[in-house]
Structures are given as C-alpha cells and as structure tokens.
Design a protein around this ligand. Structure first.
Ligand code: AMP
Length: 309
C-alpha cells in the first residue's frame, strides 16, 4: 500500500559542530520519502524551482517513489539554512526562503487521490489541507509542523488538526503549540483538538506515543557518532508511516512496532549529512537495528511473571 506525502523539497545549508553542508538535498518530503520508501511505495507531492538538481532524486525513483506529483515551476526552490551547537536537539533556523512554495497550489495526479496512508509533512498548513481535500478516503492521516507555522499560521494549523488522526511533533513544538510545558498534558491537549494519536519526539531522549488507551515509549538508538540531526523527525515519520502502510493495520501492537521503525529511521538520518545514509541503506541494516531495539528494551522479571508482586 502506498503512502502519499506532501511537504517541502528543499536545498538545505546546515552547520553543525562536525561539519557543514551547502545546498544539500533536503526538505521534509525528501527525508520522509527516503525513509518510507524502504518499507512501502511512496507518492510525493511538492514543487521545486528550475534551479533544483532533480536528477539527484533518482535514488528515490529507483526505490519506487512516484514523483509524478513533483512539479518544477519558474522561480527559486525552497531553501532552509540552520545551525546546531553541541546540543543537537535544537535547530536554529538562520533563513527560510519559501521560493516556489509561496505560490504552490497542489493538483494531485488522478491515481494519488485513492491513497490510503497520508503524511502531511512539515509545510504551510493551508497546503497540507489542500492535499487532504483531494484524497478520497484515507485510512490514516498524519501530519507534522514546526515553530515557523505554529507562529505564522496558527488558525490554519488548528483547523488542520481537527481533520487528522495523528500528529508527530517534537517536544519544543508541542509545548509552543499547546502552551503547556508538561509533555503528557500537552499531548492530551492536542488530542482534544482532533488527533487520536500523538507522537512526541525528544531527540536523543527518544519518543513517546499517546493514544486514548496507552502510552508507549521508544528510546533513541544509542549512536556514538552523529553528524547532522536535520531530517531526523521526517525520517522518523517515514519509518512510522512506511511500517504501518506495509503492515496494513493500525492496532496497538502495530503502532508500537511503527514507533520502533520510526526511531530506527531517525537514527540513520543523523549518521550523515543530508539524505546520504539512505541512498544505499540495505534492508538488512534496518532489520539489525530493529532487533537491537528489542534487545535493548526487553526485560523479564520473575516476580512479576509469577504474579507475586
Ligand atoms: P526536521 O529536522 O526533521 O525537523 O526537518 C528538517 C527539514 O525541514 C529540512 O530539510 C528543511 O528543509 C525543512 N524545513 C525547515 N523549515 C521548514 C518550513 N518552515 N517548512 C517546511 N519545511 C521546512
């Protein structure tokens, strides 16, 4: 089953304590597709300018990403530049240039309208809604956002939340959105705006999923070397949605597994600059990391097993 994604397709310039990337492939939809396409077919909706090196996206096409919905328009591509200090959990945006996204009005190719799994990646909430309006009967609609839109398009964002099943955001974003510093209360606040499911990502401190019936926590994969946290959240979403689309069901057990696939894909994103780590990532590397997660988090307790405590 395909996952449909709309989001930014960008050129990123990023500074970290470990190096620098200039005008590298980036954007929420690109990171998402790089991760999700390792688990399920992906359909991408977005826009780039005439200056975009579209051939650099060939690795996505080879992995079954349908780029029919990516149009090239006159004007400049979306550009984002950001910097991180040693606290890699916080990106400092230096510049956001919407370019061709400022006047983008997405028209979905006919075959995209029957998508069952929909990810409205980080982009203007009005564009996210325009895409949602064109999809006939999605089984699961998930979305992401960031401070730029929370500050600039709050009304549209709240309207969007009323129409989605799942919100994936990081800790700073959900605090800003809800006005509540406590993450559990903030996630409950989000649930009252619409989404049944809320995923809160906390960088190197893992992520949790809140549903009406449970809380599930997934740690971050313990890496000794990481270079660039950009795109970790989008890759997490790609792992999460890609896994659910492959599983074909949204049950509590599948949601827990989806959290682990999200954490695994997020961990690959940060190991190199841009989407480099995904270009030739082998399925066996994914399986190995999923297995490592199970080993890192499973434990038995004889007293609990025998119900004596
Ligand atoms: P993440 O690190 O997962 O939150 O996402 C980083 C990606 O988001 C980068 O590749 C940027 O190009 C993209 N990005 C940054 N700011 C925005 C924005 N305001 N709207 C959409 N995408 C953005």
């Amino acid at each position: 089953m395909s996952v449909l994604v709309v989001g930014s397709v960008a050129l990123d310039s990023v500074d970290t304590p470990f190096g620098r990337a200039t005008e590298a492939l980036g954007g929420s939809a690109v990171y998402f597709s790089a991760a999700a396409s390792l688990l399920a077919p992906v359909q991408l909706v977005g826009v780039v300018g005439r200056d975009y090196p579209v051939e650099a996206l060939d690795f996505l096409v080879q992995r079954g990403v349908d780029l029919t919905g990516l149009i090239q328009a006159p004007g400049e591509s979306f550009r984002w530049s950001g910097a991180y200090s040693y606290d890699l959990n916080t990106a400092h945006t230096l510049e956001t240039r919407l370019g061709v996204f400022a006047s983008f009005s997405p028209r979905l190719p006919e075959r995209f309208c029957s998508a069952e799994w929909l990810f409205l990646a980080n982009i203007d909430p009005e564009l996210q809604m325009e895409v949602l309006d064109q999809v006939d009967a999605p089984r699961l609609v998930a979305c992401d956002t960031m401070n730029y839109w929370i500050e600039g398009k709050r009304e549209a964002l709240l309207e969007l939340l009323g129409r989605v099943d799942l919100l994936l955001v990081n800790d700073a974003e959900i605090r800003q959105l809800s006005g509540d510093p406590n993450l559990i209360r903030a996630a409950r606040w989000v649930q009252r705006q619409g989404p049944r499911y809320v995923v809160v990502k906390k960088g190197e401190h893992g992520a949790f999923l809140l549903t009406p019936d449970m809380i599930f926590f997934a740690p971050a994969y313990p890496l000794e070397e990481l270079f660039d946290p950009t795109g970790a959240g989008d890759a997490f979403a790609g792992g999460f949605l890609g896994y659910l689309a492959q599983a074909g069901a949204v049950t509590p057990d599948e949601l827990r597994r989806a959290m682990v696939y999200g954490a695994v894909m997020g961990s690959f994103a940060v190991e190199r600059f841009s989407v480099e780590r995904f270009v030739d990532l082998a399925p066996s590397e994914i399986h190995e990391r999923v297995r490592a997660f199970r080993e890192m988090t499973a434990f038995e307790h004889p007293l609990l097993e025998s119900a004596r405590v």
